[in-house]
Design a protein around this ligand. Structure first.
Ligand code: ATP
Ligand code: ZN
Ligand code: MG
Length: 302
């Protein structure tokens, strides 16, 4: 294969990903989905003993909740909003004329009450807060959602619409930090079972602008975010496939979540990049699943 062929080209050639004409927006083959389903079943097995409550949200969320979350303060560059046509029949005529003339027909679109979900856990916090004070042993949720982030890229591991599996813990600082420590171990064991070389590192989120730089430094200093990295697109810059985030009382304060002791609840989440783990498997074990190491096949297919 010539060296100019990228991993993305190979995935397109083998039909594992399907080009839509937009970087980071891909269709997936049955095999790609099958690997993903098996991976999700493995994640479920690793988390089963904690008996998380399963909740699924659609890949969009309330704009009002999104505004409250502060996402636009930190990551305005990544957000995606849903806009709709709300005009009159006359507006419709001019809309069609604008499309015909290849003009910008989107100018008249109005923001709807919906935005695209940027991380699987965002719609959860107000839902949990509505239940009232947390029980003494806190809460634990199992989530999965398509997420949107406007970060078009030729790197197949950086998509604009991708799936994120998450476990989210809410409770006292001790409950929450214990949860994260446990998943740091479990995450490594799980990826180890998949025969993938991993590295663990402290990380920061891409907070926007000058104040964002300070937030990022603070996040690193306090070791609030860890990432489990696997080389996919490059050896020098391995890709975050799992993230372990301790939000302290950020979401507790924002959404008025209260622990059973009357304090503001702390939260943490562990996120699994669904497509990223599939891509890591394909990269390291090859695109022919039948030739994957026996131990990896056993972990996934039993
Ligand atoms: P990165 O540093 O690579 O941008 P991130 O720190 O933004 O990743 P998180 O915000 O912690 O990632 O999201 C949780 C998980 O979702 C990540 O560990 C990763 O596996 C996955 N993920 C994040 N962004 C993308 C993306 N653009 N495409 C595919 N998966 C993603
Ligand atoms: Zn989360
Ligand atoms: Mg990112």
């Amino acid at each position: 294969m010539p060296s100019t062929t990228t991993f993305l080209d190979e995935l397109f050639d083998k039909g594992l990903l399907i080009d839509t004409g937009v970087d980071g927006l891909y269709g997936r083959s049955g095999l790609f989905e099958e690997i993903g389903d098996r991976f999700q079943a493995l994640v479920t097995r690793y988390g089963a003993e904690d008996e998380p409550e399963v909740v699924r949200f659609p890949p969009a969320m309330s704009r009002q909740v999104f505004e409250k979350s502060g996402y636009m303060k930190s990551f305005p560059q990544l957000a995606g909003t849903v806009h709709c046509f709300c005009g009159s029949p006359a507006d419709h005529v001019s809309l069609l004329q604008t499309i015909e003339a290849k003009g910008d027909w989107t100018e008249g679109q109005k923001a709807s009450e919906i935005v695209l979900t940027p991380a699987a856990c965002y719609p959860l916090y107000p839902t949990a807060a509505k239940r009232g004070q947390l029980p003494a042993d806190g809460l634990l949720f199992d989530l999965m959602s398509y997420c949107f982030r406007h970060e078009p890229s030729k790197d197949p591991a950086r998509q604009q619409m991708f799936r994120m599996r998450e476990f989210v813990r809410m409770g006292t600082p001790d409950q929450v930090t214990e949860f994260r420590a446990k998943w740091l171990e479990r995450g490594q064991a799980l990826i180890g079972e998949l025969g993938l070389p991993l590295k663990l590192d402290v990380a920061n989120d891409p907070f926007f602008g000058r104040t964002g730089k300070m937030l990022a430094v603070n996040q690193r200093d306090q070791r609030l975010k860890f990432e489990l990295l696997i080389a996919i697109e490059s050896e020098e810059n391995p890709t975050a496939c799992l993230s372990f985030n301790y939000h302290q009382d950020h979401f507790g304060k924002t959404f008025e979540l209260e622990s059973s002791d009357g304090e503001v609840a702390h939260t943490a989440c562990v996120g699994f990049g669904h497509e990223r783990v599939i891509l890591a498997l394909l990269k390291h074990h090859g695109t022919d699943v039948k030739t994957w190491p026996q131990s990896v096949r056993k972990a996934l297919w039993g």
